[in-house]
Design a protein around this ligand. Structure first.
Ligand SMILES: NC(=O)c1ccc[n+]([C@@H]2O[C@H](COP(=O)([O-])OP(=O)(O)OC[C@H]3O[C@@H](n4cnc5c(N)ncnc54)[C@H](OP(=O)(O)O)[C@@H]3O)[C@@H](O)[C@H]2O)c1
Length: 323
């Protein structure tokens, strides 16, 4: 049995709960895997099953949690029914640490970070040290400075993060930090959130950029190219910005919110991407002229939560199958 605590109950967290409930029978019948949700927390409160480690939140309770959070209410407003207790504010981290200590080395416990918070990393490191597992949808623990990344990533066997995509550059072995990435912003700093309201940005700011942008599109088109927002890694630099690419190239053919990544060569490689769908082109010694291509949906709550569930299942060998 894989016991999990889900941290964060927004779009991804709720979808993960649905996936867990909907795949229960299939996972058990086809692979002998049972996933028990022992706790769910949002930014302020923790709902914890009573009788942990044996207890778990019932599907009825999980449905109520999803319903409550979909309506915009905090978990602290859960109506008390049998089978769980609610911990608020300052008790949450203490309680999570306590159950990590009590279950980490006995039955095992997986912390699934579906929050968008950069405050979870200390707890995650602590629970990994105790012997728990961690699955991340949240990219922030992996994008903090390189020392923080290397500490958490050193627990490789107990850590999964299929759904976190942008840290690819670190997975390629680059010891870089966010500030080392050259970013070409799509708007000037005087249009940033500190200087302009969202309404002014949309109504007054953006139209002032149209002319310049249209000019770049026209110049690109006259060369048979299109403009894409691309991350390039190579020659000791990591850059994100607008790039002219041939309209007939895989990147050029992406539509709407498609997402493409690719890297080339043994020494130099580049990664190209735009949000949402994934298209990965891999050039290497063996794929010199014709790349290995991987393509498919890359994000959205459903796909992200499915990736998180796959990560949880992938940890199965670290748990006792029969308890
Ligand atoms: N959606 C996607 O397509 C996608 C793709 C890949 C990765 N991701 C990542 O997945 C994560 C979740 O995304 P989302 O769209 O579900 O975000 P979201 O809707 O904003 O939900 C975030 C949830 O995290 C909770 N939270 C905030 N701080 C917390 C803390 N310190 N401890 C525990 N919970 C905390 C929030 O609580 P409150 O409800 O109390 O505010 C909320 O329930 C993000 O890191 C995102 O970058 C998303």
């Amino acid at each position: 049995m894989i016991r999990v605590v889900i941290m964060g109950c927004g779009g991804v967290g709720r979808q993960l709960i649905h996936h867990i409930m909907n795949t229960r029978t299939t996972l058990y019948v086809s692979r002998g895997i049972r996933i028990a949700v022992v706790g769910v927390c949002d930014s302020r409160s923790l709902i914890l099953a009573t009788g942990v480690p044996d207890g778990e939140l019932s599907d009825g309770c999980l449905e109520k949690i999803c319903h409550l959070k979909s309506s915009g209410s905090p978990l602290s407003e859960m109506n008390l029914i049998d089978g769980f207790v609610v911990y608020g504010d300052c008790d949450v981290i203490t309680k999570l640490s306590d159950i990590a200590k009590s279950m980490g080395q006995s039955t095992g416990l997986t912390f699934v970070d579906c929050s968008a918070s950069d405050e979870t990393v200390d707890l995650l490191n602590r629970v990994l040290d105790i012997g728990c597992c961690v699955v991340l949808a949240n990219k922030k623990p992996l994008t903090r400075n390189i020392d923080v990344y290397e500490k958490i990533a050193s627990k490789w066997r107990h850590l999964r993060f299929e759904s976190t995509g942008l840290i690819l550059v670190r997975l390629l072995g680059w010891r870089i930090n966010l500030e080392d990435i050259e970013v070409e912003s799509l708007f000037p700093s005087e249009m940033g959130p500190e200087s302009m309201s969202v309404e002014d940005f949309l109504c007054k700011g953006l139209p002032t950029l149209d002319e310049t942008m249209e000019e770049r599109f026209k110049i690109a088109a006259s060369n048979g190219n299109v403009i894409r927002y691309v991350c390039t890694i190579g020659n000791s630099r990591c850059k994100v910005g607008l790039l002219e690419v041939p309209a007939s190239s895989p990147l050029g053919q992406l539509k709407g919110s498609d997402n493409l990544e690719g890297w080339t060569g043994r020494v130099g490689y580049k990664i190209l991407f735009i949000e949402l769908e994934k298209f990965i082109e891999i050039y290497s010694r063996c794929y010199k002229t014709q790349p290995l291509v991987i393509q498919g949906a890359g994000a959205g709550n459903d796909t992200t939560a499915a990736g998180v569930l796959a990560d949880i299942v992938d940890l199965k060998d670290l748990f006792h199958p029969l308890d």
